[in-house]
Design a protein around this ligand. Sequence first.
Ligand code: SF4
Length: 416
Amino acid sequence: MSDKIISPKKDTINTSVINLEQARYWFILYKDTFVWIKNKDILVYNSKNCKSDLFKINDITTKVFEAFQDIHNLYCIELIDLENSIVQDIISRIERMDAGRLICQEKESLKPIVLPPILNFQPNLEVIENNEYSIIKGKAAHYLNEITLYLNKEDKLTRQLVHLDYTKLKENLSILPYSSVSNVNLYAKSITKYVYWEEILEFFANNNIEISINLRLKEIEDFHLMENNSFFNAITINIEVENGTEKDYRIALSKLKDKFQKINWRIFISEEQEYRQQEEIIKLLEQETYEFIPVFTGKNIAFFKENVYLTNNDLKDIEISRKDIFMNQVLNSNYFGKLTIMSNGKVYAGTQMPAIGTINDSVQELVYKELTQGKSWLRIRDMEPCCDCVYQWLCPPPSDYELIIGSPNLCDKIFT
Ligand code: SF4
């Protein structure tokens, strides 16, 4: 691009290439506008109104947006040739998405200053980077926001139920009242057979921590037999459904709706037809709180490509806040702050990754280990091909699906 279109920084203007008779302009981007340049694309995203525009790279667009990315320019560049059609196109597209504007220097001679959106590292994360155990230890409780407990599970070999050790659990959970945990998920093969069920309910109720009980349709019979309990009002029941019939749903409702006010259906689907059937039933029963959860079977990649993978249109429609963009750059919100404790005592920060310890370790040690050596809480899109893609920080953080399917990017994007 010619130096006659965009001038260098104001204090180093090369007057030999500027036509002094031409009007001069400031071209600024607003503080909530992000610019990413990767490979053949330039993406501009306005995090205030969630509008984005993808520019193809050529000499002129590259020079304009690289100038914006130069921190010394403070999101303001000087334009001296508005005749160029590519520059005109950039200006009109930026103004159309309300991401910036052109200012004539006759009206504003002083260079405007805009602070570009740059990740300001939180002190907490610097502490993590420096592996400072003593400091992380003191803050461990604050990092936690969700706990999942598998109270009992059938051992595959012996077929016996293995129960979570409540004495050890209680020691570890004593940190919860001082933490940011507001919800605990409970799973059990047979909840009624968990010896400390009443104690657990009481512990969470006394500490004002909400609990969600996750039940499979066939476990409801057991649960229905439980005595009504004063804590039940505050409990959310998540009913997990696989290929449920209308009758299954009705039976579950008849057994639980008088006991619990909050019933949420978690419906697992692996095929399009299954999805349509289940949706028909849930609508017929006028249930309002439900979610469909795609399940990868190893044989339904076409279903995933059709329904889970991000298309180019999905990418254009992404709406994400400035705060969440920064968050995507440092941590994984799918996992961060969450611990899962299995009935055999193993503790996971992400269930598709190896255990980070056992219930015999303190919460402080577990949090420290995940923050310094773990692979879940801080798993971000810094791997190929995402690190070479302009949508790197707009896309949702990596999930279990990427690990189960074995692909780091669940999208249509093909890089050439
Ligand atoms: S998943 Fe990765 S490669 Fe695909 S659009 Fe998002 S960042 Fe780009």
